[in-house]
Write a protein that binds this ligand. Structure first.
Ligand code: SF4
Length: 366
């Protein structure tokens, strides 16, 4: 038996995935977990409570350094001699998210469901442990890159063609088989081939992959049935907000836009991600949001800045909170938002705020 695990980061996408999976596949034995750094926003803890009530389940809270008397983040910060994490030295994700998760999994075969949306182009955390397989239910392609690379390798064309003899292709079966037997080349790369096959018949492609998996050591090789094979839904950002709102779980409060006036101009800010309140991935305007909306947390974040270590490379929080600096950040932000709004296709401020959303860590922000 494999275990089906779904991680709740505190972000909107993983919360929506939990609701989606529980509602769409009620027969699945899903285990929910969340890795607590001890430094999340209160809104994140509130979201976890709401999900537990709505789903009627227990979310297992995983902690790095569980026997320590300190919060997990502080425990490891001491171990690292006060060296604050950064995008180049992201010890926090490793120690607070990945290692507790891998310990929780142990050696059991696990399918891990990841809430990367259909309108995102990123892969998220792929465990290097071969007993953990990632599945992406919101995307047209539910499989991880490594699986796709193997199944669409030119050496496997004949094998995959043979699998199709007992898989029903509902439409354009000749076209499907022609594409399947066309080797990947410079002019027809793997991404194009994948997209073409999925566009013709997603379920047929998924069944083909499932047959291939049977010949491997992937966790799904142990299953005789996998309910997501027929899933051809693609969920994008607006679907996520709809799922959260319709369910009553609600969108985490920190995503809510707050308007402000600055030098006679109107702006609106929010936080674009879940994660630790001092996360170094946040943008300048999000630090301003933290300073103005959660001054006590800003003050706590400042306490960590000592011995030359700062959350941002080029300035300290003491510098950022100076009135003239905050004013400049707001000014630039209003200009940038306006510029991006003219080009943006989405009405969500989040799309504008989180223009670097693909940066960062799937464990913390999905
Ligand atoms: S939210 Fe940011 S600071 Fe916290 S663990 Fe994740 S990457 Fe590190």
């Amino acid at each position: 038996m494999i275990r089906n695990l779904l991680g709740i980061s505190g972000g909107k996408d993983s919360a929506a995935l939990a609701i989606y999976m529980k509602t769409k596949y009620p027969e699945m034995q899903l285990e929910f977990y969340s890795s607590d750094t001890g430094k999340e926003l209160d809104e994140t803890y509130q979201l976890i409570d709401n999900l537990e009530i709505y789903l009627g389940i227990k979310i297992n809270i995983l902690k790095g350094a569980e026997n320590s008397s300190e919060d997990p983040f502080d425990h490891f910060l001491h171990m690292y001699g006060g060296y604050l994490p950064s995008s180049n030295a992201r010890w926090c994700t490793k120690k607070l998210k990945l290692e507790p998760f891998e310990k929780y999994v142990g050696t059991d075969p696990v399918v891990s469901y990841v809430g990367i949306r259909g309108d995102e182009d990123r892969e998220g955390y792929i465990s290097t442990k071969n007993n953990i397989q990632s599945i992406f239910p919101f995307r047209q392609n539910i499989w991880s890159e490594d699986v796709v690379r193997k199944v669409l390798a030119n050496q496997l064309v004949d094998q995959c063609y043979a699998y199709m003899s007992d898989i029903e292709i509902k439409k354009q079966s000749e076209k499907y088989l022609t594409i399947l037997t066309t080797p990947v080349s410079m002019s027809f790369n793997q991404t194009s081939k994948l997209k073409a096959l999925l566009d013709i018949d997603t379920a047929a492609f998924n069944q083909m992959v499932f047959k291939y998996l049977k010949t491997t050591e992937y966790p799904l090789a142990k299953e005789t049935y996998f309910p997501l094979l027929d899933n051809d839904e693609v969920l994008v950002r607006s679907d996520i907000f709809r799922i959260l709102e319709e369910s009553g779980v609600g969108v985490p409060q920190y995503y809510k836009e707050i308007g402000f006036e600055h030098n006679g101009k109107s702006g609106a800010y929010a936080r674009s991600r879940s994660g630790c309140y001092f996360c170094f991935y946040q943008q300048k305007i999000e630090w301003v949001w933290l300073y103005e909306q959660h001054p006590e947390l800003y003050a706590k974040a400042m306490v960590y800045e000592k011995d030359g270590y700062t959350w941002m490379q080029e300035e300290s929080l003491a510098d950022l909170m100076k009135p003239e600096r905050m004013s400049r950040i707001k000014e630039e932000y209003i200009k940038k938002t306006q510029r991006n709004k003219d080009k943006a296709q989405s009405p969500y401020l989040l799309d504008i705020l989180a223009d670097a959303e693909d940066e960062g860590c799937a464990s913390c922000f999905i």
